[in-house]
Design a protein around this ligand. Structure first.
Ligand SMILES: Cc1ncc(C[n+]2csc(CCOP(=O)(O)OP(=O)(O)O)c2C)c(N)n1
Length: 332
């Protein structure tokens, strides 16, 4: 174990020495794009691209990240990048992988590993692109899918998606006299991906950048399908101030609303520890206008749900076992 590992405080004190070693200076998603101030999604894409490196093909579903990054005649992408329709990022990503495999077999592309990475927002992934995602993962393509979950259809005006949290106000589930915001619980897509028996599934957020980048690097190495669910703050849609983008991800972790974990062949592991006494969900909710209308009783209902989900996750962390030996054999 090196000195820095033995004494994490020394990393913080000597940040300028360690930071360049931790994070590559090479940029593949560059400045000049049109993301809103404090956009968590643009930051996450930048970090993801650094972790992926140059031998990568990105397939991007329609959504904020496509709109802000590719206004004609400019582009923020320094990687091969394909903009596809709203529902089919995973399908095109799987085609990229199959195409590269075929070309490699014929000796028409360099014999090195080029990773196909498909990305989409929560609307493009959890709702309209879900069938394509499920199919691509189930077929076992050697590809990574990253969902950037800002918890609504932000690009088209903050409509609710199946990623929107319970009782959050959106333009299609406004908090008013009849309903107090979105009426259903958020879909847990990471769990649904685990149920696809993937070799690697993880949750992440740019608020913990090294954790996120390590997960992207790990997923890149996986030979087979992998999925990362990346939680990204959206000040515009969440009605929060732009400088709170990083803070929101940290509060989501510290309250247990968005735990950071990875699942390797079915074995769960928390990757960022949460204090034994988690912060109350109120600490996370209060900085966001989309939850401004909540009553103490409604906040209590959310707290109870988070507690139940947390306990269920802890059971999995404690008792799940690796199923690596049960991976479906390919080509049999
Ligand atoms: C089939 C289809 N339906 C609707 C649209 C309109 N549309 C474009 S982007 C978008 C919202 C994207 O939301 P999300 O996937 O959550 O990504 P975000 O913009 O929040 O990053 C919608 C509804 C479309 N382009 N195609």
């Amino acid at each position: 174990m090196n000195t820095a590992m033995k004494n994490p405080k020394s990393i913080i004190e000597n940040f300028e020495i360690y930071a360049p070693k931790l994070v590559s200076k090479e940029e593949f998603f560059v400045g000049g794009h049109r993301a809103c101030q404090g956009c968590g999604e643009a930051l996450a894409i930048r970090l993801m691209c650094k972790a992926l490196g140059k031998d990568t093909v990105i397939t991007n579903a329609t959504g904020c990240m496509e709109v802000i990054s590719s206004l004609y005649p400019t582009t923020a992408w320094k990687l091969p990048w394909i903009h596809v329709a709203f529902p089919n990022s995973a399908a095109v990503g799987s085609g990229v992988e199959a195409g590269l495999t075929a070309l490699r077999r014929k000796g028409k592309v360099a014999d090195r590993r080029i990773k196909s990475v498909a990305i989409g927002g929560d609307g493009g992934t959890m709702d309209i692109g879900f069938q394509a995602l499920s199919g691509a993962m189930e077929r076992g393509h050697d590809m990574l899918y990253v969902c950037f979950d800002n918890e609504a259809y932000m690009n088209t005006g903050i409509q609710r998606s199946s990623g929107t949290p319970f009782l959050a106000a959106t333009t299609t589930a406004p908090a008013g006299k009849k309903i107090p915001g979105n009426q259903v619980w958020k879909k847990n897509l990471a769990e649904i991906m685990v149920a696809h028996n993937l070799p690697y599934v993880a949750t992440a957020t740019p608020s913990y950048p090294i954790d996120f980048m390590n997960k992207v690097k790990k997923a890149r190495q996986v030979k087979g399908p992998s999925y990362i669910h990346c939680f990204v703050a959206c000040p515009t849609g969440w009605r929060s101030t732009s400088e709170t983008c990083i803070k929101m991800g940290r509060l989501a972790l510290e309250t247990g609303i968005f735990p950071l974990y990875e699942v390797e062949d079915g074995k769960y592991r928390l990757t960022v520890e949460v204090p034994e006494k988690r912060r109350p969900v109120q600490d996370y909710l209060k900085g966001q206008g989309r939850f401004r209308h909540l009553t103490p009783d409604q906040i209590r209902v959310i707290q109870e749900r988070v507690d139940i989900e947390w306990e269920a996750l802890m059971i999995k962390v404690k008792h799940s076992k690796s199923r690596e030996s049960l991976r479906a054999p390919r080509g049999v």
